[in-house]
Write a new protein. Structure first.
Length: 239
């Protein structure tokens, strides 16, 4: 719009006043502020400089405004520069959308991996652990090939066992002496660690941000915790 106004014969500041009456969505307050500054007598260089400072959070906007300001200050062909900047911003925007679309597939994959891991945990707990169980002393659970290491722990390993047993007893209301309770707690912490790092990877891939990664991690960890709680209540795990 600025290019068309300038090429119709308007000077830059008049073109800015003309386009400030149009709708540009979230940019409306900023453009109207620029128009007001022009009417107050500020130079276009100062108006553009202040606008660039307000747009610092957007690297693309900041760079574009700096280019436009330098072109105007040096007396170059402003309309041509504006046209070129507009084309470049449009191309970059489309490229970013395409990149986001491609990377979102990997985010979905990170979520899928977490739930596939959860399915594997259920399969191991329901199919493999019982295979090794044989009748033994009640409450102790002697197993053929599988034992509860927390029954014979020593040193630092007892601290880990305390965490597992506390999780079984206080979080999931399971008997911590049972072999199935030990493996349920073990699988639970494995799933939590896996979902935590999957979320961080998803955030890094999709938005290149540790904050976004923490957001994904919170979602996945909450989902895993909820899934374990529900499956234990339904008797799918921990029996």
């Amino acid at each position: 719009d600025l290019v068309e106004a300038i090429r119709s014969g308007m000077p830059f500041h008049k073109a800015l006043l003309a386009v400030s009456k149009l709708d540009y969505g979230r940019l409306n307050p900023e453009i109207r502020k620029m128009a007001n500054q022009v009417t107050w007598g500020l130079t276009m260089e100062k108006v553009l400089e202040q606008f660039a400072q307000r747009m610092k959070k957007s690297k693309r906007m900041f760079s574009s405004i700096k280019i436009i300001r330098e072109s105007y200050t040096s007396g170059g062909e402003v309309a041509t520069i504006l046209d070129s900047v507009a084309d470049n911003v449009t191309i970059l925007g489309e490229a970013e959308k395409e990149k986001r679309s491609l990377l979102n597939q990997y985010v979905v994959m990170m979520y899928a991996i977490s739930f596939v891991f959860l399915g594997i945990v259920v399969a191991i707990n329901r199919l493999l652990v019982p295979i090794f169980e044989v009748s033994g002393t009640p409450g102790v659970g002697e197993q053929l090939g599988l034992i509860n290491p927390c029954l014979t722990c020593s040193g630092f390993t007892c601290n880990i066992c305390d965490v597992f047993q506390g999780t079984s007893r206080y979080v999931f209301s399971l008997d911590p002496l049972q072999i199935s309770s030990y493996y349920t707690s073990l699988f639970f912490f494995m799933a939590l660690i896996q979902s935590l790092f999957s979320g961080l990877v998803a955030g890094q891939i999709s938005e290149n941000s540790i904050t976004a990664g923490i957001k994904h991690s919170v979602i996945l960890v909450s989902a895993i915790f909820g899934a374990f709680s529900i499956m234990i209540r339904l008797g799918i795990l921990g029996v």
